[in-house]
Design a protein around this ligand. Structure first.
Ligand SMILES: Cc1cc2nc3c(=O)[nH]c(=O)nc-3n(C[C@H](O)[C@H](O)[C@H](O)COP(=O)(O)O)c2cc1C
Length: 151
């Protein structure tokens, strides 16, 4: 089974999230490729079973600037038969705008026809021990859903 994990980061938290997701998926024998969003192409999700995005949120609930093209192109993809998951770090200080980019990417994936493999994961700043467990569960659910779809 293959996965592509795409992340956007300024201060490193979402790279940490992407690395944790990658480790958890690899623990389930998934072959994982990791790419930074400004050099990633949503068309590459066509070649994998599990599609993951780990975005930061900026401004007041806005998407990563360097990920806007990726976001627009993602919505045009046809990813039926693929499983997707979105996990990202924001800051609860921003209240209703906390991790808005995570949910925006979830909606974009819904437009592609991909199947949601796990609930969106919202992490406050640097992932801690509880977040590691949440990410492990997230990865496990993605793999399980992908196995169901392949059966
Ligand atoms: C100017 C600015 C605006 C931000 N706006 C939001 C926001 O609207 N919602 C949110 O959840 N986090 C917001 N954040 C917090 C970042 O998303 C958070 O620090 C995140 O962990 C950064 O991820 P990174 O380390 O991968 O860059 C903002 C941070 C800055 C500096």
């Amino acid at each position: 089974m293959k996965a592509l994990v795409v992340y956007a980061t300024i201060t490193g938290n979402n790279k940490d999230v992407a690395d944790l997701v990658t480790e958890s998926l690899e623990d389930h024998d998934v072959d994982v490729e990791v790419n930074e969003i400004s050099v990633a192409d949503p068309a590459d999700f066509e070649d994998v079973d599990i599609c993951v995005v780990c975005p930061y949120t900026y401004g007041e609930g806005t998407l990563p600037d360097e990920g806007l093209d990726f976001f627009d192109d993602l919505k045009e993809e046809e990813l039926e038969g693929k499983v997707y998951g979105v996990a990202g770090s924001g800051d609860t200080f921003y209240g209703d705008d906390f991790c808005r980019a995570v949910d925006a990417f979830g909606k974009a994936f819904d437009e592609t026809g991909a199947t949601k493999g796990s609930e969106n994961v919202h992490i406050n700043l640097t992932p801690d021990g509880d977040d590691v467990k949440t990410i492990d569960k997230f990865a496990e659910e993605l793999v399980k859903k992908a196995q169901e779809l392949n059966d």
